[in-house]
Design a protein around this ligand. Structure first.
Ligand code: ZN
Length: 243
């Protein structure tokens, strides 16, 4: 990751030699220890409306503390009675930079993967002002994967179908072209404040259909399976166990 350009050039000359599929359940997160984890709230219009906000202004930015990052087929402990899902496109930084130009932003991105911004709504919304970062950072609350797809090799990277199923029922379905702030716009905005560094990840926001805005609300419980898929990036399946 620290020398992504050279790594990607090297892959151009390599013939894959794989016989059969490996055991996918053994996969860990493609970015096990990101230095910074940026997360964007309210980046799809329908979700912004269901959450009761308007779409004007700047992207809402928070962090998921890096110790919550886990693999794409993890078992996550149900530590909250209001545990909720948020499928998100996750961009991984491949080249460090500050004040990155929007037109140039894709060249700073190593690749794309799927992420779940799992959230304990009771902790997130406790107190007089929301605790977004803490409520979204329990152990296992940041499954990512199943692998990193090079941004170069991802046709239609600005318009990917994003879907999330809980126990086989479709909960979220939208396209990344409906994001209010695109990946290049987010890179430009974040890098105007923070230096983005190779290996950092950006959770780019979730579409409508989360559990706590449903009537009645639906939350994740022990034994549930959460499947997340994004066109061209694969599929993750996270299981849940009693705390
Ligand atoms: Zn989110």
């Amino acid at each position: 990751m620290l020398d992504w350009d050279r790594f990607e050039d090297w892959t151009q000359g390599v013939e894959p030699q794989i016989s059969g599929l490996p055991d996918l359940s053994l996969l860990g997160p493609p970015t096990p220890r990101p230095g910074q984890v940026f997360a964007i709230g309210l980046n799809y219009r329908e979700h912004t409306a269901e959450a009761g906000y308007d779409t004007s202004g700047l992207p809402q930015v928070f962090t998921k503390f890096p110790s919550c990052i886990t693999g794409p087929f993890s078992q996550v402990s149900v530590v909250s009675p209001r545990l909720d899902w948020e499928i998100e496109l996750v961009a991984v930084i491949g080249r460090s930079g500050r004040n990155i130009n929007e037109a140039n932003a894709w060249s700073f991105i190593a690749g794309l993967m799927i992420g779940q911004d799992l959230s304990a709504r009771d902790v997130q919304l406790a107190g007089s002002a929301p605790q977004w970062s803490l409520g979204k950072s329990f152990a296992g609350f940041g499954p990512v994967g199943p692998w990193l797809t090079s941004a170069r090799d991802c046709p239609g990277r600005d318009d990917l179908l994003v879907e999330c199923e809980l126990n086989g029922a479709l909960m979220q379905s939208d396209r990344t072209s409906n994001m209010i702030w695109s990946v290049p716009e987010l890179v430009a905005r974040l890098s105007s404040v923070c230096e983005l560094r190779a290996g950092d990840v950006i959770f780019t926001g979730t579409p409508a259909g989360i559990g706590n805005r449903r009537k009645p609300p639906i939350y994740i419980g022990p034994g549930d399976v959460l499947v997340s898929r994004i066109e061209g990036l694969g599929e993750m399946a996270v299981g849940f166990t009693a705390a």
